[in-house]
Design a protein around this ligand. Sequence first.
Ligand code: AMP
Ligand code: MG
Length: 335
Amino acid sequence: MKDVYILGIESSCDETSMSIIKNGCEEIATTVLTQMDTHAEYGGVVPEIASRMHTENITIVLEDLLKKSNMTVDQVDAIAVTYAPGLLGSLLVGVEAAKVLSLVYNKPLIATHHIAGHIYANNLVKPIEFPSLALVVSGGHTELVLMEGDYQFKVLGATKDDAIGEVYDKVARVLDLPYPGGPNVEKYALKGNHTYDLPVPMNNKDLEFSYSGLKSAVINIKHNAEQRGEEINKYDLARSFQDVAIDELVRKTKQALDEHREVKSVIVAGGVSANNYLREKMKELCEQENIDLCIPPMKYCTDNAAMIACAAYPKYLKGEFADLSLDAKSSLELY
Ligand code: AMP
Ligand code: MG
C-alpha cells in the first residue's frame, strides 16, 4: 500500500503546532510554537491574546515545518485539524488555516477531536493494542475510556465536577506558584512530605471521579492557616494533594481493569500524563496486573500537532472527510 502523509494542525489552547506524520505512526517533522511565556505574565491563558498570537504564528509554523520536513503541501495526502474542544477563538485559527490548505492544494480535510489526539499519540510509540483502557487526564477531562477498536470509545467513568489538571492549576494558585500550575505543583511535591490530612475523593466503588472536595480542602487549609496567622508548608501541602489526587486515578484504573479483564493495554493520555508520579504509579499498577502500559514521551504529552495527524489516520483510511463548512466547537464529547 502507498504511504500516507498527513499534515496535522493544532491550535486549541496556547500552542500553535503543525506536523507531518507518515502512516499514522511515524513522525517526519513537527513544529510547536508555545505562547506560555506571554500567558505566564497574566497567571493563565488569556483567550483573546491566544487567538491573536495563533494568527500571527500560524504561517511561521507552516514555513518552519515545510523546511524541516523537506516536503511541500502538495506532497501530503490530507490536512487534519483539531476542531474541538478548546478555546473557540484559538481553534478557529487552525480550522481556517486547514480549510485554506485543503482548498488551495485540493487535499481532503479531516476533523480531529483533541482528546482523540492525546490518545492516538500513543501510536508514535507502538500500535495501540485493543481492547485498550485509556486514562484521559487533562485540563478539561478526567475519564476512563474503554476502546474496543479505532474510534470505538466507551466512557466508563468521568469526573462529576473539576478535571484533574484544572485542580492542579487551582492548587498552584492557592500555593502562589506561577503558571503553568501543574508542573510547578509537581516540583514542590517532590520536595515535600505527606503531612496534611486530605479527603479521598469519591471513596466508592463506581468509576466516577470528583475533585471539587479535594480542591476545597486544600483551599480551606490555606485560609484557616491565614486566619490563625500561620504559614502553610507549600511543599508538604503540594505533596499531600498530589498523593491523594493521583492515587485516586490509579485506584479507579485498577477497578476498571478488574471489571474489564478483556483489556490488553492501558494508555495514559492528556497533559497530566506528563506527571512523573502518575507515570511511576501507573507503571507499578500495570506491572502488578501484568498488562501492557503505554504513555507517550513527554514531548507528545503537551499539546502538539503530531498527535492530531496520528488520530486522523484511521479516519483517512475510512474516507471520513470533512467539508469546508467545518466549524470549531469549544466543547464536544469524545464519543
Ligand atoms: P491539556 O488539557 O491536555 O492540554 O493539559 C494541560 C493540563 O495538564 C493543565 O491543567 C496542566 O496544569 C496539567 N499538567 C501539565 N503538566 C503537569 C504535571 N507535570 N503534573 C500535573 N499536571 C500537569
Ligand atoms: Mg491538551
